[in-house]
Ligand binder design. Structure first.
Ligand code: HEC
Ligand code: HEC
Length: 416
């Protein structure tokens, strides 16, 4: 289908149908549901995947940079507790990540499929038996110190995670294997109660596939020929998105991402992803993965389905609203230079480190601006409204969550 009637029209995507997704076993999804909500997978038994990827916050956590391991509470109400730092990046939503076309995960794509093989920070130490990129991804929060593992002096998993990821994964699997409630679920899912980390990861992926789909949206109905599925204003938004505003140049296809990397000039703040030789804490995005200076400050084009429910926006949650992040695209330099500490709600932190210093550092600002991959293109306030309204049509009115949040988990630990 082609949206006629405006200059530079681009092909509209196809509706997102079930055959766009990998197939998973429902018994594995049922097991994955329990594992996703169970703090047993964390070093100090105090945080689960669902703490940062919560159904209550569109499968993120509703905070720009939240507290991981050691924090207390959920979403914007989560406080520091014993956490020492904030997360480096915004917890992204999980919608449609089991689609076949997904080939790059994390904001910098450091878990990806290249020529049919998985490339990850674990190099050749990935366990055998992983059946999807999403399963590969699930291995990494488990061994991240500030996400789920904790500090090396606190527990054996974190100690192993420090330099021996396979050992940390074995220890996690051994913990799960000891819990009676899991044995029968492993049996049902895999025909064996032999628990290993690949089976844990595959089950987590199966659960994410089941509960985090954003299909059958008003926009999909429109694509299938139902003109009445969108308002006039939303149709204007479609015309802009696929036309003059140039959004679909990057946010393309049924998932709204080309899965390439761009520097759109978001301000850099937070603890960053400091590399060995970095003089200061900062986040150079894709460059840290590719080693190519041309990739500095580039991040993966985010998927936009259900985006109206996944604030805040950008790799570090710099913008609270869709209006804010879209306006920034129109004039990145202005967005960056006018950004201040007050522009973002960050949870209170008790720390000597000022992780906001770089937002207004002129040298870093110039580096970001010199490397911009997006042309400024002022967006009128009317067009902005139409674009926001269109993006709202990418949310299903009733997302299917066949599993949802369980009332308790097999370990008996408290859920968030
Ligand atoms: C402490 C918060 C936290 C916890 C706990 C956590 N995550 Fe995340 N998750 C994040 C953040 C932050 C990112 C982005 C990190 C980056 O890009 O460097 C992320 C990224 C992801 C992604 C990639 C999304 C994308 O669009 O590329 C997936 C999938 C994911 N997490 C799944 C999980 C699973 C499964 C678990 C449990 C095993 C989990 N997460 C636990 C915070 C968390
Ligand atoms: C040059 C490629 C490119 C173009 C063109 C582009 N975007 Fe983006 N967009 C990105 C990238 C990359 C990010 C994430 C940047 C980051 O996190 O540092 C992003 C982020 C977003 C987000 C935030 C999503 C989230 O979950 O955080 C929205 C919404 C968005 N873009 C909408 C638009 C709209 C509307 C247009 C057209 C006016 C547009 N984009 C044009 C590349 C692009």
């Amino acid at each position: 289908m082609c949206f006629a009637g405006f200059a530079g029209a681009q092909e509209l995507p196809k509706p997102l149908s079930d055959d766009a997704f990998l197939q998973f076993d429902p018994a594995q999804a049922r097991l994955g549901q329990m594992l996703f909500y169970d703090p047993i997978l964390s070093g100090n038994r105090n945080i689960s995947c669902s703490t940062c990827h919560s159904g209550a916050f569109g499968s993120g956590d509703g905070v720009a940079l939240s507290f991981g391991e050691g924090g207390i509470g959920l979403g914007p109400a989560r406080i520091q507790g014993t956490a020492k730092v904030r997360q480096s990046r915004n917890a992204p939503p999980l919608w449609n990540l089991s689609a076949i076309e997904v080939r790059a995960l994390f904001h910098d794509g450091r878990v990806e499929v290249v020529n049919g093989t998985y490339q990850t920070p674990a190099g050749g130490r990935l366990p055998d038996g992983l059946t999807s990129l999403l399963a590969v991804q699930a291995l990494f929060p488990l061994i991240a110190r500030t996400e789920m593992a904790g500090d090396p002096e606190e527990n054996d998993i974190a100690l192993a995670a420090f330099d021996n990821a396979p050992k940390a994964w074995r220890l996690i699997a051994a913990r799960v294997a000891e819990i009676e409630g899991y044995q029968s679920m492993f049996d049902a899912a895999y025909g064996t109660d032999d628990v290993d980390i690949a089976r844990i990861a595959n089950a987590l992926a199966a659960y994410i596939d089941a509960d985090f789909r954003a299909q059958n949206t008003p926009f999909d109905r429109f694509l299938s020929g139902d003109e009445a599925a969108l308002s006039e204003q939303q149709k204007r938004g479609v015309a802009l998105f696929y036309g003059d505003a140039g959004c679909s140049g990057c946010h393309s296809g049924p998932l709204f991402s080309d899965q390439q990397y761009y520097n759109i000039g978001l301000p850099t703040f937070g603890p960053g992803m400091t590399r060995r030789f970095d003089p200061v804490a900062r986040d150079v995005g894709r460059m840290a993965v590719s080693g190519d200076r041309a990739d500095a400050y580039k991040f993966r084009t985010p998927f936009l389905r259900n985006v109206a429910n996944t604030a805040p926006y950008g790799h570090n949650g710099a913008y609270k609203t869709l209006e804010g992040i879209i306006r920034h695209h129109g004039d990145p330099e202005r967005g960056l230079r006018s950004y201040t500490r007050q522009s973002v709600d960050l949870p209170e932190i008790d720390s000597a480190v000022d992780d906001f210093a770089f937002v207004s550092d002129p040298r870093i600002q110039s580096q970001i601006i010199d490397g911009l991959s997006i042309q400024p293109k002022l967006i009128s306030s009317e067009d902005l409204k139409a674009l926001v309204d269109f993006l709202k049509s990418l949310s299903p009115s009733q997302p299917k969550t066949p599993f949802g949040r369980p009332s308790s988990v097999p370990s008996g630990l408290n859920m968030d």
